[in-house]
Design a protein around this ligand. Sequence first.
Ligand code: BGC
Ligand code: BGC
Length: 514
Amino acid sequence: MNRRKFVTSSLAAAGCTLLGNAGIAVDTPVSAYQVPGSIPSSAVQQARFPNGFLWGTATAAYQVEGAWNEDGKGESIWDRFAHTVGKVKGGTTGDVACDQYHLYPQDMALTKRLNQKSYRFSVSWPRIQPSGTGVPNVKGIDHYSRLVDAMLENGIRPFCTLYHWDLPQALEDRGGWPNRDLAGYYAEYAGILAKYLGDRITVWAPFNMPWSFTYMGYGVGAFPPGRTNYGDFLKAAHTVALAQAEALRSIKAASSKATVGSAYGMCPAYPKTESEADRAAAARYHAMNNVFFLEAAMHGQYPKAFVGEPPYELMGFKPGDEKLMHAPLDWVGFHYYTRRVVSDASKASSFGGGNFGGTEIEADPAGGRDPYTRFRAVMPTEGPLTESGLEVWPRGIYDLVTQISREYDRPIIEITESGCGYLDGPYEKENGRVPDVRRIEFFRQELAELARAVADGARVRSFHAWSLLDNFEWANGHCERYGLIYVDYRDQKRTIKDSGLWYARVSASNRWDV
Ligand code: BGC
Ligand code: BGC
């Protein structure tokens, strides 16, 4: 779909009358035209969530905090990456970001104003241990302690992600995640957090999107440290699976109230054709990208992600590791943004994974992704694309949630992130309001599909919109905006977008027709 058509259909989905000539007659009632992947508005209207459902938002330390070198914080790999010319679009860095390190009282007050019950934030490891090991930096601990108190004072559940990609640079200098020693360092860090914050935090997720930061960082080099070595990716992934389990154990040893889950990135995988080969390829995608670390934790084994046996030697897998990585989670957390269509690449002769432009989407996958998993995964463009370039496909969350629920015997599920990038800003003629109708429509549709999964028996207890506020969007810098709150980076002024006002009403009422 070209951009014009996409904007038009997004507007139609948002209930606007069309002014243009882009394929649909002016004044066509919205109901007469249904965007691919969307659901009828009558179904949306009827959607309900159970009482006590935890409405939330999510952020990550490097994306919002700023204060990159204050109060004894060490350098992270993202500091190094963003300070390297040419790595981040527009030359932006996270040095200041949303300045939440200083503005958190205001942000937690806004969170309360949006009727939120859960805030998923991450801790910056180099604030706690500037060089990745050793005695904790008291000022770093104090910061998070105050942040957690601010949440509790506002009636918000603190959901702590221990690692959202900002590895202490000193540990990268020791080999980074492919170095197995990091599992032990990480467990020590996790224990420190649980010791100082575990009296107030009960919900912990060790890693945000472990497949993404290991693959993008070590396999294809779009994220720091920018390596392009498949063996390094596999070793990093294995260290992270060990670290996840070690962290679970050290968190629980330090805090009797702790529950530990996850914040995996997942995309439902649809086979390209009904052929057995494509169905098997989609299953390998699911195993590699969605449940690799979940399966390691739950069952102490890797799922069938590879054609044939896992390349254990390349992974640095040692006898007994299956026991070390086995650490059943108390609940399962994952994100949903978009879907994949997957086909078999067993016979492909060229591998390389296509081009990655700062997100994990393969721009032009020529052959298969790699010679081990031998599949080709593409993001379809049947549904409208957001301005961040992801296909909107509400049905995907229903399929994904019901699949995980089925495969893991109805675990408690937390949706740790979901959202969309649109650039809408304050509109002068409307007193500075931010009328981001496409974001409202994205959430309306998606949440109606999630409600359907709940009605069908999935035990989903929370939903965290990405994000509370516009923030530093990794390699895309400030070129993408995902917030329910608009941030003016010139003066840090926050403006609640129309989607934020809408989400606040949904959160208060558990229904959509608000
Ligand atoms: C099974 C695993 C499998 C996973 C992914 C789980 O239910 O226990 O063996 O790898 O689903 O399909
Ligand atoms: C990541 C966020 C990121 C968002 C939007 C998620 O997968 O966890 O850090 O900002 O996607 O791209």
